[in-house]
Write a protein that binds this ligand. Structure first.
Ligand code: Q9C
Ligand code: ZN
Length: 335
């Protein structure tokens, strides 16, 4: 399978995140990519598709914020990574947002996604990596893998969060539609609900979002991913949430996967995008499913049995030592 990667994604390296009330080492490390690269064989470099595909998903003001946030943080005399500490939960009216602290709060929904000096560069090339792998699929490849980091599925049109800054899967979906594909299905199999992707396409009938994830009553991101979220307007019925309990293993996972795949089949997409997170792994340090390395091949084989052109976009997965083997297992099952 053709795999895409760009070294500039290593530039994103925040030092700490807020976790259970304390600052701990940032879990979404650059070493994750090293583990994957060592396991999957040769990769192709990303080509630059410019900012237009980013603007098709993210708002102009959000992109401007993200581009300058770390410089603005430094200009305010701050050391370390930029992070918000006050959030406009009650949105009263549009405000000027003169302080970087106000912008950080307005354009984020959590405190686990700091902005470091290289965040924009890495996120930009992550999106380009997704677009480059999409290019291979649009050119006729049955499947391609985009090794994206930072990941993307938690961030929305105008907010970051959950280690995500640009929504790589959503950017690829919009680019596919711009290139003439009419219906795109996004299957999200990260441990966490892909709240940003859901939000971006919530009122869209041409993009199906189907997600299997930990029950948000118990796990991040808490406020989204519940079964009764089904889309709205023209998008009603084009969002499918399948939350599973903590401790779910392959036997618990496969029936949900079959439900999701039946929905994808019924939607009859021209393209399938898989938001793949390996944080469903039994050994993941921040998650609570029990999927084993070999299980990813079985999951991927079922996905491949749909016979759709498929773009796989990397999302989470924090058991760094096993991450490469988990990704390789998934890609092997897809081939
Ligand atoms: N105390 C992805 O897998 N932090 N993002 C949780 C737990 C956020 C995960 C903190 C986890 C985000 C792409
Ligand atoms: Zn995740």
């Amino acid at each position: 399978m053709r795999c895409f990667w760009d070294d500039r994604q290593l530039a994103h390296a925040p030092s700490v995140e807020l976790h259970n009330g304390a600052f701990v080492p940032f879990a979404e490390t650059a070493s994750r990519a090293g583990s994957i690269l060592a396991a999957i064989g040769p990769t192709e470099a990303a080509a630059d598709h410019g900012e237009a595909p980013l603007r098709a998903v993210h708002s102009e003001d959000y992109l401007a914020f993200l581009w300058s946030a770390h410089k603005d943080w430094r200009a305010a005399g701050r050391a370390g990574d930029a992070s918000g500490y006050a959030w406009p939960v009650v949105r009263r009216r549009p405000l000027a947002l003169d302080r970087i602290d106000a912008r950080l709060g307005a354009y984020s929904f959590d405190a686990s996604s700091p902005i470091a000096a290289g965040t924009w560069e890495a996120a930009y090339w992550g999106a380009q990596t997704a677009l480059s792998a999409l290019g291979a699929v649009l050119a006729g490849e049955r499947a391609a893998f985009a090794l994206c980091r930072p990941p993307g599925h938690h961030c929305g049109r105008d907010y970051l969060g959950g280690y995500c800054y640009l929504n790589n899967a959503a950017i690829a979906a919009e680019a596919a539609i711009a290139a003439g594909r009419q219906r795109v299905a996004i299957l999200d199999v990260d441990y966490h609900h892909g709240n940003g992707t859901q939000d971006i396409f919530y009122d869209r009938g041409d993009v199906l979002f189907a997600s299997i994830h930990a029950d948000p009553l118990l796990d991040y991101p808490f406020f989204w991913g519940h079964e009764d979220e089904i889309g709205e307007g023209e998008g009603e019925g084009a969002t499918l949430n399948l939350p599973l309990p903590r401790g779910s293993d392959l036997a618990a996972y496969l029936p949900a996967l079959d439900v999701a795949l039946e929905r994808v089949t019924a939607f009859a997409p021209d393209l399938l995008i898989v938001s793949y997170g390996a944080d469903t792994f039994a050994g993941d340090p921040i998650s609570h499913f029990r999927i084993e390395t070999g299980d990813y091949a079985a999951i991927a084989r079922r996905i491949a049995s749909l016979g759709k052109p498929t773009l796989v976009v990397m999302e989470g997965g924090y058991a760094v030592d096993a991450l490469g083997a988990n990704v390789a297992s998934f890609l092997e099952g897809l081939s």
